[in-house]
Every structure is written in C-alpha cells, then in structure tokens.
Ligand binder design. Sequence first.
Ligand code: ADP
Ligand code: UDP
Length: 237
Amino acid sequence: MEKREELYRGKAKSVYKTDDADRLILVFRNDTSAFDGKRIEQLDRKGMVNNKFNAFIMQKLEAAGIPTQFDKLLGDNEVLVKKLDMIPVECVVRNYAAGSLVKRLGVEEGMKLNPYTFELFLKDDAKGDPFINDSHVVAFGWGTAEQLVRMKELSLKVNEVLSKLFDDAGLLLVDFKLEFGVFSDGSIVLGDEFSPDGCRLWDKETRKKMDKDRFRQGLGDVIEAYEEVAQRLGVPL
Ligand code: ADP
Ligand code: UDP
C-alpha cells in the first residue's frame, strides 16, 4: 500500500490518499484540541495511544457485526481505512449526563439517563458544532432519512457493545461521539475514530475522569489516564 498526497489535515489527524481508490491512510498526531479548535496543545504519545486504542475498539465493533472503516494498522501512528464519503453529522449517545447536556438543560453531572439519549450535531467548527435534529439533516441534504435510521441503529449497537466492554474494565461509558460515512458500495460505515478524545469514561468506583475532559478541564495526567484505560482493556500499546 503506497501513501500518496495529503488530502486533509484535521485538528488531530491527517488523511492521505493511497494507490487504492477505496482506501485512505489516517495519521494520528499528538495535537490535542478543545473548544472547537480554539485551544491546541501537543501531548506526547497521544497519536500512538489513540491510533492503537481506535484499532482495538474498531475490531471489537466489527466482530460484533458493526461495519467499520478499519482495515489494518500500518504503524504506531498510522492506520489503513476504507475511504468514506463522510456525513457531516456527529451522532452522540449518552448514558450519564455530562458536558453540553448539563450546560443546556441544567441537570446534574453524573445523573443516569434512563434510557440513553441520542443526539445529532452538525460537524462545523466555525458554527460551534450546533445541535440539530433529523429533519435538518434531511432538509439540508447532509444525509437521507434512511441513512439516519441506520446511523442511529448502529450508534445504539455501539453503545450496547462498548458499555459492556468498558464495564468489564471497571469503567462507565458516560457518552461518546461517532461519525459515519458512505462507502463505495453505498453502505453506511463507522468512520473517524473511537478513542478517549471522543468519549467520556469514568472509573466505576471513584468516578475519576479518564478521558479528554482531563485536558478540557486542566486536570493533568491526560495521556497517563488514556494509557490506564488502554491497559485495563488489554489494548497492546
Ligand atoms: P477534524 O476534521 O474534526 O479536525 P480530525 O483531525 O480527526 O478531525 O480529521 C480527520 C478527518 O478525516 C475528519 O474530517 C473526518 O471526518 C475524516 N475522516 C475520518 N475517517 C474517514 C474515512 N474513513 N474516510 C474519509 N474521511 C474520513
Ligand atoms: N465530542 C467530540 N467531538 C465534538 C463534540 C463532542 O468527540 O466535536 C464528544 C465528547 O468528547 C463527548 C461527547 O461527544 O464524549 C458529547 O460531547 P458534548 O455534547 O457533551 O460536548 P462537549 O461539552 O464535550 O463539547
């Protein structure tokens, strides 16, 4: 597999073309951003940890019947993935109240949501990733009603599989964000990444935050926490 020109440089990853029209290479960098890219810092080992964490999770999801972009790990910071036509919508599933939900509704952080909630946000940093609903997605042509049904179905299945996986490692899966895209055969496939950058994970006993909130809230030991989560799950780093 040959790496060709850079297609896109995001806040945390760079995307490269390959000699296969159906495959891309994602390079996980150490850049860590918060507040829609308004704050950016370099954290040692983050690219490597998130790349390997993501590969581990995507393979677990694939084994559970969820179609993912994952093809193969190419190195510490690089992964070969299916090239997707990304749908610019972030799907957020929550099991406990935190983050923007707490701000928006004034509920207490840590409140158990029964059942889970499913939310959509437009992926647009310049607009601050606004909260939207399914009628906006269809009306503005970001996705079809059928694609949305599939994205929700897959998001809830991911929640089922990963809530159990993290629970077995002594962690609460508080919430997470997923991005989907359309593959060349027209199917909806899970893209982007699943790592502690895009989810909230709390220790089950102490409720210690083990995810990107350590960076957002200046709690320190960000990568140390990511590494502890990886170690508890058995992710080979
Ligand atoms: P951002 O765009 O939010 O700054 P990243 O730094 O993670 O995010 O950049 C990665 C970019 O690659 C994102 O825009 C994401 O939507 C896109 N992407 C992720 N997975 C794939 C894929 N399998 N095919 C095509 N594009 C992808
Ligand atoms: N999230 C993300 N990217 C975003 C926005 C949110 O990965 O652009 C993740 C975030 O890490 C959390 C979940 O989605 O796990 C819900 O985030 P929330 O809406 O609470 O927003 P926040 O206050 O974290 O920006």
